[in-house]
Write a protein that binds this ligand. Structure first.
Ligand SMILES: Nc1ncnc2c1ncn2[C@@H]1O[C@H](COP(=O)(O)OP(=O)(O)OP(=O)(O)O)[C@@H](O)[C@H]1O
Ligand SMILES: Cc1ncc(COP(=O)(O)O)c(N)n1
Length: 285
C-alpha cells in the first residue's frame, strides 16, 4: 500500500469562510492571495457569490446554509485547519451554520472580521443577522477585527475618541471573545492606529496613514494576514504586528486596477523583503 503521508512536507493551513468578490480585491480572493503570500496553504468555504468590481457590488447571491456547511465539512474531515477566518456571512441562517461547524470541529484559532457593509454601501450582513452574529458566533472566536462603524453596531455605542474605543473593546470582550482588534482605517489623523485588547491590556499598532482611496478589501486582507500568522503558530500580538506590516505595504505600493475604489497590492509585502524581485513599477516600464 502506498503511504500517502510519507515524504510530504507539512505546511500551515488556513480556511476562509467568506463571500466571493468577482473583482478580486476583497473576500475569498483577497484572503487566498494573502494566505499564499504568507506561506500558508489556503482553503475556502464560500458563503455568497457577489458580482462586484471596483465601482461597487452589482448583485449578491447567498448560498444555502447546507452548501456552506458541506464545504466546511469537506475541508474539516480531511485536512487539518491551523487557523480560520470568517468574512461576509450575510444571513442569520449562514451564521448559525458556521457556528455549528466551529463547534463540531472544535477549532479555536478563529478570527472573525465582522463584515457588514461594502465600501460602496452594499449590505453584506442583513440587519436581522446581527443578533445571531453576537450570540452564536462571537462567543466562539479568538479574535474579532471590527472597524469603527462595525464596533459601533456591535456595541450600540458611539465611538468618537480613544476612551470610547477602549470602552467598546471592553464590551466586546464581555461577549466571550479573547482578543479585540479595533481598526483605525475609518479615522482621520496622520497615523492609522489599530487597538488590540486582550481583556487586561491595551496595545496600539500604528503606521503612517496613506492618502489614497484605493482601500477595497483592506479589512479582508488584514484579517487574512492575521489568520496566516496564527496558522504559523504566532501569538495574537505578533500576528497583528505582521498583519499591520502586510496591509501597510499592500496599501502603500498601490496598483492600478479598475475605475473606482481599487484593491491593494497583495504581493507588496513579499516584494519589499525580496531584493531584486519584479515590481509593479517595472511592469509598466
Ligand atoms: N489609508 C490607510 N493608510 C494606512 N493604513 C490603513 C489605511 N486604511 C486602512 N488602513 C489599515 O488597514 C487595515 C484595515 O482597516 P480598515 O479600517 O480599512 O478595515 P475595514 O474598514 O474593515 O476594511 P474593509 O472595508 O475593506 O472591510 C487596518 O490595519 C487599518 O489601520
Ligand atoms: C465578498 C466581500 N467581502 C468583503 C467585502 C468588504 O470589502 P470593502 O469594504 O473594501 O468593500 C466586500 N466588498 N466583498
Amino acid at each position: 500500500m502506498v503511504d500517502v503521508q510519507s515524504s510530504r512536507r507539512q505546511v500551515p493551513r488556513a480556511l476562509t469562510i467568506a463571500g466571493s468578490d468577482s473583482g478580486g480585491g476583497a473576500g475569498i480572493q483577497a484572503d487566498l492571495k494573502t494566505f499564499q503570500e504568507l506561506g500558508v496553504f489556503g482553503m475556502s468555504a464560500i458563503t455568497a457569490v457577489t458580482a462586484q468590481n471596483t465601482t461597487g457590488v452589482q448583485a449578491v447571491y447567498p448560498l444555502s446554509p447546507e452548501a456552506v456547511t458541506e464545504q466546511i465539512r469537506s475541508v474539516g474531515r480531511d485536512i487539518r485547519v491551523d487557523a480560520l477566518k470568517t468574512g461576509m456571512l450575510f444571513s442569520h441562517e449562514i451564521i448559525e451554520a458556521v457556528a455549528a461547524s466551529l463547534e463540531e470541529f472544535k477549532w479555536t484559532r478563529v478570527v472573525v472580521d465582522p463584515v457588514m457593509v461594502a465600501k460602496g454601501g452594499s449590505v453584506l450582513l442583513q440587519d436581522a443577522a446581527l443578533s445571531a452574529f453576537k450570540r452564536k458566533l462571537l462567543p466562539l472566536v479568538e479574535v474579532v477585527t471590527p472597524n469603527i462603524p462595525e464596533a459601533e453596531r456591535l456595541t450600540g455605542m458611539t465611538i468618537r475618541n480613544a476612551s470610547n474605543k477602549r470602552d467598546a473593546a471592553k464590551q466586546l470582550i464581555d461577549l466571550g471573545i479573547r482578543y479585540v482588534v479595533m481598526k483605525g482605517g475609518h479615522e482621520t489623523g496622520e497615523e492609522a492606529v489599530d487597538l488590540l485588547y486582550d481583556g487586561y491590556c491595551f496595545s496600539e499598532f500604528s503606521a503612517k496613514r496613506i492618502d489614497t482611496v484605493h482601500t477595497h478589501g483592506t479589512g479582508c486582507t488584514f484579517s487574512a494576514a492575521l489568520t496566516a500568522g496564527l496558522a504559523h503558530g504566532l501569538s495574537v500580538e505578533l500576528a497583528v504586528q505582521q498583519a499591520k506590516a502586510f496591509i501597510q505595504a499592500a496599501i502603500e505600493d498601490g496598483i492600478q486596477i479598475g475605475g473606482g475604489i481599487g484593491p491593494t497590492n497583495h504581493w507588496a509585502y513579499r516584494q519589499q523583503r525580496t531584493p531584486g524581485a519584479w515590481t509593479a513599477e517595472q511592469s509598466l516600464a
